[in-house]
Design a protein around this ligand. Structure first.
Ligand code: 5GP
Length: 204
């Protein structure tokens, strides 16, 4: 099974710049970016720097999912700030079924922000279970399962600086299948230049 670069650094930068401009335009009084840890950390760090023209405050919440696709989310660490009366953008790495985002939007809306918007680097609308809209979307995915730029499997690959499409079934049985190529042979990554194929580690 191979993995391939779906978004290289230049593509990510373009999407982040576009989203930053849109968020700045829509929030002339400043904005509080709320990142969902850990996946949104890297995206949010870049996004904040792509909003240079208005005041940006940053906060995070950490969550865990009870079971995939269950929509049941536990808040492990809540926000440090009161969002009452604030203009908030909730920042996610990827929206898939929409269950996580829908839960968080309900939670945060109840705290009385002046306005609450949602932003995701990646959106996979074909998998939606709840009709949760995303106001600012970087890139629309098909069925590809992705890693890198904050996205992980068992906490691996978050620091890969691009978004890679990988084989989900391979990762279920071997979460570290792509470690060799993505970490140990970075020379095989040609950027910029679009798609580059990787061959994951062989079965031991
Ligand atoms: P949702 O509640 O929208 O189904 O789930 C969103 C969460 O599922 C993301 O924050 C992420 O943790 C996980 N997820 C969904 N699709 C992918 C994917 O393609 N790759 C990875 N690494 N995680 C994903």
């Amino acid at each position: 099974m191979t993995a391939s670069v779906l978004l290289d650094r230049a593509a990510i930068e373009n999407h982040v710049r576009r989203l930053g401009r849109a968020i700045a335009r829509d929030h002339p009084d400043g904005v509080l970016l709320v990142g969902v840890l850990k996946g949104a950390l890297i995206f949010l760090a870049d996004l904040a720097r792509a909003i240079p023209t208005v005041r940006v405050d940053i906060d995070f919440m950490s969550i865990s999912r009870f079971a995939p696709d269950s929509g049941r989310v536990r808040i492990l660490q809540d926000l440090g700030s009161d969002i009452g009366g604030r203009d908030v953008v909730l920042v996610e790495d990827i929206v898939d079924t929409g269950l996580t985002l829908a839960y968080l939007v309900t939670q945060l809306s109840a705290r009385g922000p002046r306005h609450l918007a949602t932003c995701a680097l990646l959106d996979r609308p074909s998998r939606r279970i709840v009709p949760q809209p995303v106001d600012y979307v970087g890139f629309e995915l098909g069925s590809e399962y992705v890693l890198g730029y904050g996205l992980h499997v068992r906490d691996l690959y978050r620091n890969v600086p691009y978004v890679v499409a990988a084989d989900r079934d391979t990762l279920v049985t071997r979460p570290d299948a792509y470690v060799d190529d993505l970490y140990r042979r970075p020379d095989s990554v040609r950027e910029p230049g679009g798609r580059v194929n990787f061959v994951p580690a062989e079965e031991p």
